[in-house]
Write a protein that binds this ligand. Structure first.
Ligand SMILES: [Zn+2]
Length: 340
């Protein structure tokens, strides 16, 4: 009786194994037939009622059926694993002989880009590009620029002083002093670079910013020369003719000194939030070099004169690209930088 049940269970299991379409199908056959509460386990329980001789024969038959089914299920499972592996190998196939993709392409920081453009322009106009130390002496940063210790202009610039009496330059102007000391006129030079001020950082103030200052010393230099160079510079930067105006401004190293404004390039002078509805944007301080500054650096102001200007590269980049938070520029955030 039990022997018949065993062969029925075995036959039904064989049909299910043959029809299995997934490892899950096989697993459910295994649980139903070979599991602790499976069909064969139930039969095994019944065997206690058999006569010893019959029990031995049935037991042998039962074990044989278990072994056969187990190996059949295992074989079928192996077939599924091999198929799955074959599909994966096909999908994830890599040609290791291909050349490596290489590093992702980088790009220049927008400040570097604008600095290089302006350098190219001034080199084409006969200017030298000078570099100077970021840690400066008090003399080069202030005294030689006609800013003596008691001068109020020192208060306007919150300076990072070093314990040895030197400082982090508050502008790139000391490079011009070094240029005048080293080269004799006629002289045309620009000095791009980093400057530092002890500012509270917010959307429009940074402790580290980029400037570009320029100076031309020759005979009979006038405000007309200054205006010509500034208009050429701004037309290049904004890639169009710009309208400028000069207002009197005070800077110790120039006399007369000016604030140069440009007509707002966003609204064309009609008024908008960028120009605070005035139609004009204050862009750069400039003027004719103060004779004292020439004299301090050993140039005879009776024979030579010149103009000087300062340009905020950081400010310029923000205007060109409409960047409204200065902190983004120094953040090192790739999502920001990859746009340029
Ligand atoms: Zn405007």
């Amino acid at each position: 009786m039990l022997e018949k049940q065993i062969s029925e269970v075995q036959a039904a299991a064989l049909v299910r194994i043959g029809a299995a379409r997934s490892p899950e199908d096989l697993e459910s056959v295994r649980v139903d037939v070979l599991g602790r509460k499976g069909a064969l386990a139930l039969i095994s329980k019944e065997m206690g009622k058999l006569a010893p001789e019959e029990r031995a024969r049935t037991g042998k038959l039962l074990n044989q059926a278990k072994d056969d089914l187990e190996s059949l299920i295992l074989a079928a499972q192996n077939k599924f694993s091999a198929q799955t592996m074959a599909v994966r190998l096909d999908a994830e196939w890599i040609d290791v002989t291909l050349p490596a993709p290489g590093p992702r392409p980088g790009s220049l920081h927008p400040i570097t880009q604008i600095q290089m453009e302006i350098e190219d322009l001034f080199v084409s106009l006969g200017f030298m590009v000078l570099d100077g130390p970021e840690v400066e002496t008090e003399y080069h940063n202030f005294d030689a620029l006609n800013i003596p210790p008691e001068h109020p202009a020192r208060d306007a610039q919150d300076t990072f002083w070093l314990t040895d009496g030197n400082l982090l330059r508050t502008h790139t102007s000391p490079v011009q002093v070094r240029g005048m000391e080293r080269f004799s006129p006629p002289l045309r030079m620009i000095a791009p670079g980093r400057a530092f001020r002890n500012e509270s950082v917010d959307a429009s103030h940074e402790h580290t910013f980029y400037q570009l200052e320029g100076m031309m010393i020759d005979r009979d230099v006038s405000v007309a020369h200054l205006l010509y160079f500034m208009k050429t510079l701004l037309a290049e930067i904004f890639r169009r003719e710009v309208t400028v105006r000069l207002r009197p401004g005070f800077f110790p190293f120039v006399e007369p000194g000016f604030e140069l404004d440009i007509q707002c390039v966003i609204c064309g002078g009609a008024g908008c939030p960028v120009c605070k509805q005035s139609g004009w944007v204050e862009l750069l301080p400039c003027g004719l070099v103060n004779p004292n500054v020439l004299r301090i650096s050993g140039i005879d102001p009776e024979k030579w004169n010149g103009f000087a200007f300062g340009l905020g590269l950081t400010r310029l980049v923000m205007m060109r690209y409409g960047i409204d938070d200065i902190r983004l520029l120094q953040s090192g955030d790739l999502r920001f930088l990859q746009q340029f």
